[in-house]
Design a protein around this ligand. Structure first.
Ligand code: COA
Length: 156
């Protein structure tokens, strides 16, 4: 699913072998799957982000002091992966997975990054109310990314 959604160049094996087990140990880790007729058609997951983590530190370097104060310093949720099987894309599955993740996490703001060159993902996050904050350089071997944030309405 990871490779099907992201393409052959995706670091799917590394992600499954090393990153996912590490991510699974983080605070408020939540992994949701979408199924249709018993078949996996999408998944998404996240956790509470924190300074000291690779992603947070890279994003921090790309944000202004004001943006860090607004988005990274307060407790925030990080949406790490969100993928829908290509044959089932554009039918609302990604939006529903994302909404469920955000409903079930504890913070009032969320962050993520997506490839700058993915018009599809950037259109998807814009439609779902996310704001692009800055371009992010994750280092050698990574394409350019953009970091996005979303303020979440509290029930209280
Ligand atoms: C991005 C992704 C998760 C969206 O999931 P999805 O189930 O297709 O999205 P939804 O059906 O809920 O939302 C549809 C909206 O997304 C955007 N979108 C989805 N596919 C698109 C495409 N091929 N071209 C342009 N916009 C697209 C549009 O805004 C679309 O709304 P519209 O149909 O009214 O124009 C999915 O396309 C995917 O898995 N892509 C590959 C992996 C990826 O980029 N993941 C995100 C990285 S963090």
């Amino acid at each position: 699913m990871h490779r099907a959604a992201l393409g052959a160049g995706a670091l799917s094996d590394e992600w499954a072998r090393e990153r996912l087990p590490m991510h699974g140990a983080r605070a408020d880790f939540l992994f949701l799957v979408a199924r249709e007729a018993g078949e996996l058609v999408g998944f998404g997951y996240g956790y509470t982000g924190a300074y000291g983590q690779w992603w947070t530190e890279r994003v921090a370097l790309s944000l202004t002091a004001e943006q860090r104060a607004e988005w990274l310093d307060p407790p925030h949720y990080e949406v790490v992966e969100l993928h829908v099987r290509p044959s089932r894309q554009r039918s609302g599955i990604g939006s529903r997975l994302l909404a469920q993740l955000l409903t079930r996490q504890p913070h009032d703001r969320a962050l993520l990054s997506t490839q700058r060159g993915s018009r599809k993902a950037r259109a998807f996050y814009a439609k779902n109310g996310w704001t692009e904050l800055a371009e992010v350089d994750f280092g050698t071997g990574y394409p350019p990314y953009v970091a996005l944030g979303k303020r979440l309405v509290s029930d209280t």
